[in-house]
Ligand binder design. Structure first.
Ligand code: TIU
Length: 220
């Protein structure tokens, strides 16, 4: 059973029951000129994850292990977007409004899809989720159960929002979660730092934290 150096201690996982989850690496969040940047966010804080994540995904695929992508977004008629979410933010910069890369966070739009460098390949699961967490109103739980998955290696954006919501719930559902510091990103450096600390504090209160090169070494 491979083990990697992690906080608060070694993370052991079984190759037969571990999935890599790549959360919301979408153009709307990551591309210069996109929705995220138009809200005043520094997208370079997220873009630093693309290169290490591409290397990790290549190694994960070479090892023949399951890879799950998620995308945050909504149906074109917004029927799956609660008013509490829709009415957030400056008018004209809300979900469904026209943005640089199509209607903001709407399924089928260019901006809603995953960045070119990290596009899914045939056979990989893509979960479209209306919430921050990857379990709410999605088929993720059924897929993990069907495939006998017990551990998750979690990557993507943003650390304190969709990554945290997903990992917290995965932990409650009984999954052991390893979050990779170099493959998760926040627009806010202080949230990145404290967001990672929160996971591994108190003896790993809801997960473990490591760096991707140690996972790549463990699966080769
Ligand atoms: N994917 C994800 O984290 N969605 C967000 O809206 N994150 C922000 O930090 N805004």
């Amino acid at each position: 059973m491979p083990a990697v150096d992690a906080q608060p201690g070694p993370f052991s996982f079984d190759l037969d029951s571990t999935a890599l989850v790549v959360i919301d690496m979408q153009r709307d969040f990551l591309l210069p000129g996109g929705f995220g940047e138009s809200l005043g966010n520094d997208v370079s804080q997220l873009r630093r994850t693309i290169e290490p994540l591409a290397a990790l995904m290549a190694a994960w695929r070479a090892a023949g292990l399951p890879l799950i992508h998620t995308r945050e977004g909504h149906k074109p008629d917004l029927s799956d977007c609660p008013p509490a979410k829709l009415n957030r933010g400056a008018p004209s910069m809300r979900i469904g409004d026209p943005g640089t890369f199509g209607r903001i966070l709407i399924q089928g739009e260019y901006g809603h899809d995953i960045v070119d460098e990290l596009q899914p390949i045939e056979g990989e699961t893509v979960i479209d989720k209306p919430g921050k967490g990857a379990f709410y109103a999605t088929e993720l739980s059924d897929i993990l159960e069907k495939d006998g998955i017990k551990s998750l290696v979690v990557t993507g954006v943003t650390t304190e929002v969709c990554v945290h919501t997903t990992v917290r719930e995965a932990n409650d559902r009984g999954y052991e979660c390893l979050v990779l510091a170099d493959c998760v990103g926040s627009y806010f450096p202080e949230f990145q730092q404290v967001g990672l600390k929160m996971i591994a504090a108190q003896g790993g209160i809801f997960g473990w934290v490591a760096e991707s090169p140690s996972v790549i070494a463990a699966i080769q």
